[in-house]
Design a protein around this ligand. Structure first.
Ligand code: CP
Length: 338
């Protein structure tokens, strides 16, 4: 099989709510599509695969990367995105999520939403007749996860197999941590959540990911022992607080995480791997969960990671828009000069 042929000609499900709903082959198809399209666009190629297609973007929270990457991806692929920011539509005030889903599904070709509660994205997916993509819920951040896997593939340690790669998520078990745990084990890597016991990844996510381990290899653990950082190829962190309005105060979070779980030069050195890369989903609270020296340092791939949100969104809208294979066929023809 060449790189231009997908295993799944069409998506196995209508919606992209959680990466755990998809097997390794389909996730690899999305990543493969995204990387080929990135190369083609960076090389000056133009695509019109989503001509006249509209993506409704519903945000219940603020966003920089998710909003901009989806909007740019749609435009680059010949389509259009509607930014339905908090307060811009009737949702929440006069209209239910179920009714909103039915209406948007009649006017738009796809829906992407960032929601406060995971149940809301499930309701959107159930009531909309068109594909619904999860732009982050309180449970998972699947579009981030696809971009993160692309970043890991881009910075793959030379000569290593997947089961020799170690990814350590440091700090609070956020929705980004849940998805990273699920995705890395689905790719057969070794995952560690290094964090305090009162913020540890749930047993449910360890169980889901250990099923991946049985199928694809690798490993998956939680630990509060700094020795678990040894041999890491990637250190990843996320904010300790600030994702939601009504939550534990900053002072309490700082006490739980600082200084042990701050990603600083000493923590990076404690991996024993001078090539260990640093990742962050962003936005960062600089000099809290990560120091400037690490985020801006030579081993940081956080900016590549941010750019790969765009790479990932192109792959996702093409795949769930049902035109991934046609797009790869077109790119192949262009490259062969047909
Ligand atoms: N990482 C991420 O989702 O960024 P935004 O909140 O800016 O979309």
């Amino acid at each position: 099989m060449d790189g231009y042929t997908l295993t799944y000609k069409q998506p196995s499900r209508k919606d992209f709510v959680d990466t755990a709903d998809f097997d390794q082959a389909e996730i690899l198809d999305i990543i493969n599509t995204a990387r080929i399209v990135r190369e083609f666009i960076k090389g000056g190629g133009y695509l019109n695969s989503l001509f006249h297609k509209n993506l409704a973007m519903i945000f219940e929270q603020k966003s920089t990367r998710t909003r901009v990457s989806f909007e740019v991806a749609m435009e680059q692929l010949g389509g259009h995105a509607l930014n339905l920011a908090p307060g811009a539509i009737q949702l929440g005030a006069h209209e239910t999520i179920e009714d909103t889903a039915q209406v948007l599904g009649r006017m738009c070709d796809m829906i992407m939403s960032r929601v406060d509660k995971h149940e809301s994205i499930e309701a959107l997916a159930k009531y909309a007749k068109v594909p619904v993509l999860n732009g982050m819920s309180d449970r998972v951040h699947p579009t981030q996860g696809v971009g993160d896997m692309i970043t890991i593939f881009d910075h793959w340690p030379a000569g290593k197999q997947a089961n020799q790669i170690k990814v350590v998520f440091v700090g609070d078990a956020t929705q980004v941590c849940n998805t990273l745990c699920e995705m890395t084990t689905k790719m057969g890597m070794n995952f560690v959540h290094f964090g305090p016991e009162n913020h540890k990844i749930t047993d449910e996510w360890l169980e889901i990911s250990n099923k991946n381990v049985e199928k694809y290899g690798g490993s998956c653990i939680w630990s509060d022992d700094p020795k678990s950082l040894e041999g890491a190829d990637f250190i990843y962190t996320d904010v300790w607080y600030g994702l939601y309005d009504k939550e534990t105060p900053k002072e309490v979070y700082m006490k739980d995480f600082y200084p042990k779980y701050q990603v600083n030069d000493d923590l990076m050195k404690s991996t024993g791997n001078p090539n260990c890369k640093f990742m962050h989903c962003l936005p960062a609270n600089r000099n809290e969960e990560v120091t400037d020296s690490v985020l801006d340092g030579p081993n940081s791939v956080a900016w590549d990671e941010a750019e790969n949100r765009l790479t990932a969104q192109r792959g996702l809208v093409l795949h769930f828009g049902g035109v991934a294979q046609a797009t790869l066929d077109y790119i192949k023809q262009q490259k062969e000069g047909k």
